[in-house]
Design a protein around this ligand. Structure first.
Ligand code: GLU
Length: 509
């Protein structure tokens, strides 16, 4: 195998829509493996299926990777010595490989029209085989260079008759490879159809392009989702026929990510109210918006962490990992082969852990950006950091900081009077009148001082502090939440605190 060469891995997305969590996990494992081995991480755009082209999807993939902090070393954007990195720009390169296969008897020209293929599906349909494929049983009865005379084939090609090139799958051979996660995997070639390698428009299919490009880009390890495992026999044969099996990268197929009902899908996300895409994706055709982890308020550190452990663990109880730790600890032989269940509650737990784990200045900057985007008048970073530290235990997602901090920057519009009114009485009214008088005279506007005076006045009024604490909180915050109420008052300052108490007293009378 290829272990003595410089490690080169690739992520090879087709830009057809939002970037699914499973896609980002593939990026992550590739990235970790490359960094761990001092190798290169390549991003190759697999856009040979022109019918599935979606404007904006390529740019979106780059944005997602940038947000997650998983920048490729080589790509359309990052450059590199093995370009072009977009398959549509490599079109001319693939035909000669396909033709080489035809010459060697490993592939053939097929001239069947869509109607003829339709007819074949009807003719060969049986109860045991409800959807017949173009395979070793069928190819001898179709219009291709295996059944037509040499002269006829030459004439059809000369006349530019629409045709494809198909691989000629051997009959009843066992071929296999060693998957880095699954071990030995074998296939019977008779079960695989004669896949198209080169399409009528001259574009290669995924099968041909992936093998040619992995070869030309000197890829040493190819990691991809389990859904690609059925394609492996075709790729093994192409490697064998074109470049020799010893050139083939080592493969690993990652387990599926499971949702509440099987493979995690966009529909699960919509149904259960959680994101499945890295970032917001708007379908350019339908205008439909699918929410992303970023916009939902996940920190990229948490997102990476939760993806890393969807299918991998380090063999200990540790759950929270930084990217640096993952680079050190990740290993392919600890990736599971069975599906990994996505648990949204657990995902949120990771975010909460990362909110606590980030350096206060760093967290404050991120909260600040979010608050400013929501038009809160935040100016003083020092005060904001103090506030953020006070409330962060009460937050799970970034936008929670809005609710938890907005009242520091603007007077609450709604005061939950209904939570005070039923138990409001003369004694409490007098207590607050006295509190205002006392606070007006206070020179040292500090939480401990304010709390002391509060408790003394409560005692003198024969009230339990708890009875008047909730009203005070509602006066300052607007509702029954938030950190220690005297810390809030200290940060609000004398003028604002007094105004808020007076305002609510006015509402109560
Ligand atoms: N183009 C394939 C995809 O969309 C790449 C699979 C592979 O990595 O070989 O995922």
């Amino acid at each position: 195998m290829t272990t003595d060469k410089k490690v080169r891995v690739r992520f090879a997305p087709s830009p057809t829509g939002g970037l699914h969590l499973g896609g980002v996990r593939t990026v992550l494992y590739n990235y970790l493996f490359a960094r761990q081995h001092g190798g290169d991480f390549i991003l190759r755009i697999e856009d040979t299926d022109q019918t599935r082209f979606v404007p904006g999807a390529e740019e979106y993939i780059f944005q997602c990777l940038a947000w997650a902090g998983l920048e490729p070393d080589e790509s359309v954007k990052h450059g590199g010595a093995y370009g072009p990195y977009r398959q549509s720009e490599r079109k001319e390169l693939y035909r000669s490989y396909a033709e080489q296969l035809v010459e060697n008897g490993r592939a053939y020209y097929a001239f069947d029209t869509p109607e003829e293929l339709e007819q074949m599906r009807r003719d060969f349909k049986t109860e045991q085989n409800p959807s017949p494929q173009y395979d070793h049983q069928v190819r001898g009865k179709m219009r291709n260079s295996l059944t037509l005379s040499k002269e006829e084939v030459a004439r059809l090609l000369k006349e530019n008759t629409r045709h494809v090139i198909r691989i000629r799958m051997p009959e009843n051979e066992t071929i296999g490879f060693t998957d880095m996660i699954r071990g030995e995997v074998n296939f019977n070639t008779s079960l695989v159809d004669d896949k198209v390698l080169l399409k009528a428009d001259g574009m290669p299919t995924y099968h041909l392009a992936v093998v040619v490009d992995d070869y030309l880009m000197k890829i040493t390890h190819a990691f991809r989702g389990e859904e690609w495992l059925p394609s492996a026999p075709v790729h093994i044969l192409l490697w064998q026929y074109l470049f020799g099996l010893e050139q083939m990268p080592q493969w690993a197929h990652f387990p599926l990510i499971l949702g509440p009902s099987g493979k995690l899908s966009k529909r699960d996300g919509a149904k259960y109210g959680f994101p499945v895409f890295a970032m917001n994706w708007t379908d350019p055709k339908s205008g439909e918006l699918t929410e992303g982890f970023k916009e939902k308020g996940f920190l990229p550190e948490a997102f990476i962490n939760l993806l890393a452990v969807l299918g991998w663990n380090d063999g200990t109880e540790q759950e929270v990992f930084s990217l640096e730790e993952l680079i050190r600890k990740f290993s392919m032989d600890r990736v599971h082969s069975s599906g990994a269940k996505f648990d949204y509650e657990k995902a949120k737990w990771y975010n909460h852990e990362w909110i606590k784990k980030l350096a206060p200045e760093d967290l404050t900057q991120r909260v600040k950006e979010m608050l400013i985007a929501k038009e809160l008048p935040v100016t003083d970073d020092g005060a904001l950091q103090q506030i953020v530290e006070m409330v962060k235990d009460r937050t799970t997602l970034l936008p929670d900081f809005y609710e938890q901090t907005a009242y520091f920057f603007q007077t609450p519009e709604n005061i939950d009077i209904a939570a005070i009114q039923p138990k409001w009485n003369e004694a409490k009214q007098l207590f607050f009148t006295e509190l205002i008088r006392n606070y007006e005279l206070t020179d040292t506007w500090e939480a401990a001082v304010l709390e002391n005076s509060f408790k003394e006045i409560a005692a003198a009024s024969q009230l339990k502090p708890g009875e008047v604490m909730l009203p005070l909180r509602i006066m300052l915050v607007g509702g029954k939440f938030g950190p220690h109420v005297f810390d809030i008052a200290a940060i609000l300052g004398k003028k604002e605190t007094m105004q808020r108490i007076r305002h609510t007293l006015g509402l109560l009378n």
